[in-house]
Design a protein around this ligand. Structure first.
Ligand code: ADP
Ligand code: MG
Length: 398
């Protein structure tokens, strides 16, 4: 297996001259839906613009520029130091099956957003025939699965503050990330810092976001829908299907994405952060595990209940109805869901009692559940924004 990985990295390096000249491929670090990512050393780090270096704080840069001329001895020592501090990068080899438009979109957005420390900036990009690679600083991180259960609630705050800070910047620029999930947020527990990556599905927010265009579009649709019989699936449904951007990852898609709302807003990203938060609170990952969009709606409806889902659907000119008996009329409380998920439903256990006690008396938890509710709000107009989340009592003092 390892030999195969090494061979793959070697083949990749040889296949692209520009990569081989400047970078030494160390190994494969990730394989996503649209790319393979390699860890590499930038052999010519000192010859190029280093403003991307996330470790070079403004203070460090100022100190460097004001530094006195170095003696030969000092210079040698600092060169050795540099040698030890090899500059590592992540080389993202975008699959040739991706459309040129999609690749361009990702590179342009990465470049546009490069001022924020919580977003991995684009260092450079190469194209060789149909192969495009993007080079980003290597961000040390831990696998979410290895820490989400054990991480203390006080540490969640740093994780969430970091992800909301990145999103605030993305959203200020009128961009929707569309694929917020743990594998796209590279979190370094020791530094309490995370970096948002993967703008492959990101897009610019449509104007008039507050006045959801699909509501206007939906008015005529709604009139039509309201005339339909309720209480089951429509027979011979001849309404035209809706086409809307549904990009994203199963389990992290906001209801309006599942409902194919035509004018989605930056609030789809705060929903996804809510889903991550639910994993912290319920100690389950992934929390939602649906096979398709219909399943995903059923999972969400099982928590929120029929009336809320129906009201949410109406907002987008759609209807929600179901005869599934597990979809309740009254929503479940997230505190009950967390207790159930952690204890496996053992109602009389000591653990259940102690969790219930903690959730009602520990201020950290009461605030965390409140922020969770603000993120997982079906009505996107009432859902919290990234900027507001940073001001929420759970995060404001971090
Ligand atoms: P895809 O579009 O294929 O999902 P991503 O940009 O999400 O590609 O990268 C896939 C994986 O590669 C990530 O989940 C992460 O593990 C790793 N990765 C991506 N960028 C970096 C980076 N800058 N530093 C370290 N690892 C990275
Ligand atoms: Mg990804």
């Amino acid at each position: 297996m390892e030999a195969q990985l090494a061979e793959d990295a070697e083949n990749f390096s040889r296949s692209l001259n520009s990569v081989a000249e400047r970078f030494r491929i160390i190994g494969k670090i990730g394989e996503g839906t649209f790319s393979t990512v390699y860890k590499a050393e930038d052999l010519h780090y000192h010859l190029f613009d280093n403003s991307w270096d996330l470790d070079r704080t403004p203070a460090k840069r100022r100190a460097e520029s004001n530094a006195e001329p170095q003696t030969a001895k000092k210079l040698k020592k600092s060169q050795e130091g540099n040698e030890r501090r090899r500059k590592l990068v992540a080389i993202k080899r975008i699959y040739v099956t991706s459309s040129p438009q999609r690749i361009l979109n990702e590179l342009v957005l990465l470049h546009t957003l490069s001022q924020c420390k919580a977003i991995a900036p684009l260092i450079t990009a190469f194209r060789d025939q149909d192969q495009v690679v993007a080079v980003l600083p290597y961000c040390k991180h831990s696998d979410f699965r290895s820490f989400y259960r054990e991480l203390h609630i006080s540490e969640w705050k740093y994780y969430l503050k970091s992800i909301f800070t990145a999103l605030e910047h993305v959203h200020e620029n009128g961009i929707l990330h569309r694929d917020v999930k743990p594998t796209n947020f590279l979190y370094d527990i020791s530094k309490r810092r995370g970096v948002l990556v993967d703008f492959g599905l990101a897009e610019c927010e449509a104007l008039e976001s507050e006045h959801c265009a699909c509501r206007k579009h939906g008015d005529s649709l709604r009139q039509f829908v309201d005339r339909q019989p309720t209480g089951g699936y429509l027979k011979n449904d001849n309404r035209p299907g809706r086409r809307a951007n549904r990009a994203g990852t199963r389990g992290f898609r906001a209801p309006e994405v599942l409902l194919k709302c035509l004018n989605q807003t930056t609030k789809i990203d705060t929903w996804s952060v809510g889903v991550i938060m639910l994993s912290f609170l319920a100690k389950r990952f992934p929390f939602f595990n649906s096979a398709d969009d219909i399943d995903a709606m059923i999972e969400i409806a099982t928590i929120f209940g029929k009336p809320k889902m129906a009201a949410g659907a109406k907002l987008h000119g759609a209807t929600f109805d179901s005869t599934i008996p597990t979809i309740p009329d009254v929503p479940f409380q997230f505190e009950d869901i967390a207790v159930w998920a952690i204890t496996g439903g053992a109602e009389d256990s000591d653990l259940t009692a102690s969790l219930r006690q903690t959730y009602t008396t520990d201020e950290n938890y009461t605030q965390a559940f409140d922020l969770l509710r603000c993120c997982l709000e079906i009505d996107f107009r009432k859902r919290i924004s990234a900027a507001e989340a940073l001001e929420h009592p759970f995060l404001v003092d971090v």
